[in-house]
Design a protein around this ligand. Structure first.
Ligand code: MN
Ligand code: MN
Length: 473
């Protein structure tokens, strides 16, 4: 007969529990987690834009033996290849033992983050101050971008076909850039407006200078001074900004948060905090059973459009090329479609973490929490699940089984209460090709703010989750 204690334990096992992993993990696991977080912070600090993330990933991949897929006519077991998607997205693969036709294991994340882009004709002078006009990119609370240190990252394509890279604000002795706000003494009227209106999109003007060009008869001496600086240092003329890709991003570096350093604050966790675990999980693969692929996409924050967004066929072309080049160049569309239908993908993206300060927007039983491991999100979307990919139940069960077998802590949750809001990811665009896809990634506090917060535990276990997925599914 079962004792009272056994009965109590067996009833306990009926409940879903999602423990805090700082409480649950061994000292060694916490030490590994802390080390992994250091590498992540270092990578993030040099990869604030999608172009920088692509460049740095190609560099790291090349050290691991990856080569450009265009340099190979045939692919075989153990080969490692990548393809740049217009320099703003990236595909990487390690060829598996089984034929590609059996299906591939995919990790997909996006590497663009909310920011301020420059308008095509951005430089203007007003009352002896020089500014950049911007157009914000992605969903932001505009007031959060005032009175913080900003850096300028990007590139300009000059008329003689040269790409000129810019990065100003990151070095200690660099200047930073700045968007002013009104002093509280004069803010009465402003403070009566709602938060959506008190800083408008047209108010996000970045201070870039305040000295006149000496000994010149130009009308706009302050603008002339900046134009001359840009010409002297980068060879630019004003019209070059039309083709430029200049992003204004927070200057802050990734920093630990809290006396115990449990968390990391940084710009662009969304979605580099999933992209980094995805690439490092792929880098651990030498001779995988199935072909493992990592897709890093652009433009997710504005709908995954353009030739570098997840809706672009360029990502599909890469997977077609994997099939063709592992089959001596033969390509059969139906075979490709069936290969994709046999494939499995984790759509690696962040989601909101339950914030006790803003508990009213979340259902406490259906929310992800800091430090409880990777968040599995069966569906996203908004207003009655609209626009979501919904993972099939059998696929979710398969994922949780793999996580259980590999001791991966996971949790579940929705993006807020029903009708509180919602969001989308790249999963729906991938699922339409027929593969199994589920959204999963790291919970974030203050998502889309210039400085977002994640837990090191969630980062680390997301890496282990991605690794166990591509190795075991
Ligand atoms: Mn995201
Ligand atoms: Mn986002």
């Amino acid at each position: 007969m079962a004792s009272k204690k056994d009965k109590k334990n067996s009833v306990k096992s009926l409940f879903a529990e999602f423990p805090n992993m700082y409480k649950e993990s061994s000292k060694d696991a916490i030490a590994d987690c802390m080390d992994y977080a250091e590498d992540y912070k270092a990578f993030l600090n040099i990869s604030k834009t999608e172009r920088e993330f692509v460049k740095n990933t190609i560099e790291a991949a090349s050290e691991k033996g990856f080569v450009d897929i265009n340099s190979k006519d045939k692919l075989s077991y153990g080969d490692k290849v990548y393809a740049s998607i217009k320099g703003k997205g990236l595909c990487l693969a390690v060829i598996g033992k089984e034929p590609v036709a059996n299906g591939i294991n995919i990790l997909g994340a996006h590497i663009d983050s909310p920011r301020l882009d420059l308008k095509p004709n951005p430089i203007y002078e007003d009352k002896e101050t020089c500014y950049f006009k911007t157009h914000y990119y992605g969903g932001i609370k505009k007031y959060q971008w005032t009175t913080i240190p900003l850096a300028i990252h990007g590139c300009v394509f000059t008329k003689d076909g040269k790409q000129v890279d810019l990065c100003v604000g990151e070095n200690e002795d660099d200047p930073i850039f700045y968007i002013t706000d009104l002093l509280p003494h004069l803010g009465n009227e402003q403070m009566r407006k709602n938060a959506n209106e008190f800083i408008s999109g047209e108010d996000l003007n970045v201070v870039i200078g305040g000295m006149p060009l000496a000994d010149d008869d130009s009308k706009e001496l302050y603008k002339a001074n900046i134009l001359k600086y840009l010409n002297d240092n980068y060879g630019l003329v004003e019209k070059d900004f039309v083709s430029a890709e200049i992003e204004i991003v927070p200057q802050m570096k990734a920093r630990d948060v809290g006396f115990d350093r449990a968390f990391i604050a940084a710009y662009g966790h969304d979605d580099k905090v999933c992209a980094y675990p995805a690439i490092t999980a792929l880098f651990e693969q030498e001779k995988p059973k199935k072909t493992c692929v990592c897709l890093l996409t652009d433009k997710e924050e504005i709908g995954s459009y353009a030739n570098s967004g997840a809706q672009s066929v360029l990502y599909e072309n890469f997977m077609m090329e994997l099939l063709a080049k592992t089959e001596n160049g033969a390509f059969d569309l139906l075979k490709y479609r069936k290969a994709i239908a046999n494939s499995n993908m984790l759509s690696a993206d962040v989601s909101n973490a339950y914030d006790p300060k803003y508990s009213s927007v979340s259902d406490a039983n259906n929310s992800a929490y800091m430090s409880k491991g990777i968040k599995l999100e069966k569906y996203v979307g908004s207003r009655g699940k609209s626009g979501t990919n919904e993972a099939t139940g059998d696929f979710v069960a398969e994922i949780t089984r793999i996580f259980a077998e590999n001791s991966i802590p996971w949790q579940t949750g929705e993006l807020g209460k029903v009708d509180a809001g919602g969001g989308g990811t790249i999963s729906a665009y991938m699922a339409k090709h027929g593969m199994n896809v589920i959204d999963c990634g790291v919970p974030v506090w203050s998502m889309h703010a210039p400085y977002e917060v994640i837990s090191k535990m969630d980062l680390y276990y997301t890496f282990l989750a991605y690794k166990s997925f591509i190795e075991n599914i």
